[in-house]
Design a protein around this ligand. Structure first.
Ligand code: FES
Length: 157
C-alpha cells in the first residue's frame, strides 16, 4: 500500500489532522472516548514481521491497512495505518488494543457496532469508519489463515 517514506509523510499528515480535529468544531461531536483515543493513538504503523496483512477500502474512498501476529491461536500483536479521518484513527487504535489476547475465533466475531460501543458512539456520518477498521482487521486474519494453510513460512497474498 505504501512505502516507508510515504508512510512517514502520511503519519505527519495524520498527526496534523488529529490536532485540527481536537482543536476544531469537530471535537464537539465526538465522545470523550474518541477524543482520548485520538490523543493517545496506539499501535500505529507497519508491522515488519506480521503473520497477516489486511487492507480495506471504504465507501468514502479512505483506506486502512492492518497487520496481525498470531501465536497458538491468540492474537499477540496488531497494528494499523490509515489515510482516513480522525474517527478512523480512533477506531484503528481502539480495535488494535481490544483484540490483543483474543483468540482468532473471538476476534472474527467482533462487529462494527461493538467498536462503535467501545468508543461510546460515533456521529452517524462516521459509523462507517468502524466498519472500515473491522474489514481491514478481518482481512488480516484471513491472510494469516491463508499463509498458515500454505504451509510454514507461507506466501503473502
Ligand atoms: Fe472515510 Fe472516516 S474512513 S470518513
Amino acid at each position: 500500500m505504501t512505502d516507508d517514506n510515504s508512510m512517514k509523510d502520511q503519519l505527519d499528515e495524520l498527526v496534523e489532522n488529529m490536532v485540527r480535529i481536537l482543536e476544531g468544531e469537530d471535537a464537539k461531536v465526538y465522545s470523550e472516548e474518541v477524543i482520548a483515543e485520538f490523543r493517545n493513538s496506539s499501535n500505529v504503523g507497519r508491522m515488519a514481521d506480521a503473520d497477516g496483512d489486511g487492507v480495506a477500502d471504504g465507501l468514502c474512498k479512505d483506506t486502512m491497512e492492518m497487520w496481525v501476529k498470531v501465536r497458538d491461536g491468540l492474537i499477540t500483536d496488531c497494528t494499523f495505518f490509515t489515510d482516513g479521518c480522525g474517527a478512523t484513527i480512533a477506531c484503528g487504535s481502539r480495535l488494535t488494543r481490544f483484540v490483543k489476547g483474543l483468540s482468532t475465533d473471538e476476534a472474527m466475531r467482533v462487529k462494527p457496532r461493538d467498536l462503535v460501543s467501545m468508543l461510546n458512539g460515533l456521529p452517524p456520518d462516521h459509523e462507517h469508519c468502524a466498519a472500515l477498521a473491522i474489514m481491514a482487521f478481518k482481512d488480516a486474519l484471513r491472510d494469516c489463515e491463508a499463509r498458515r494453510s500454505a504451509g510454514a513460512g507461507g506466501v503473502k497474498r
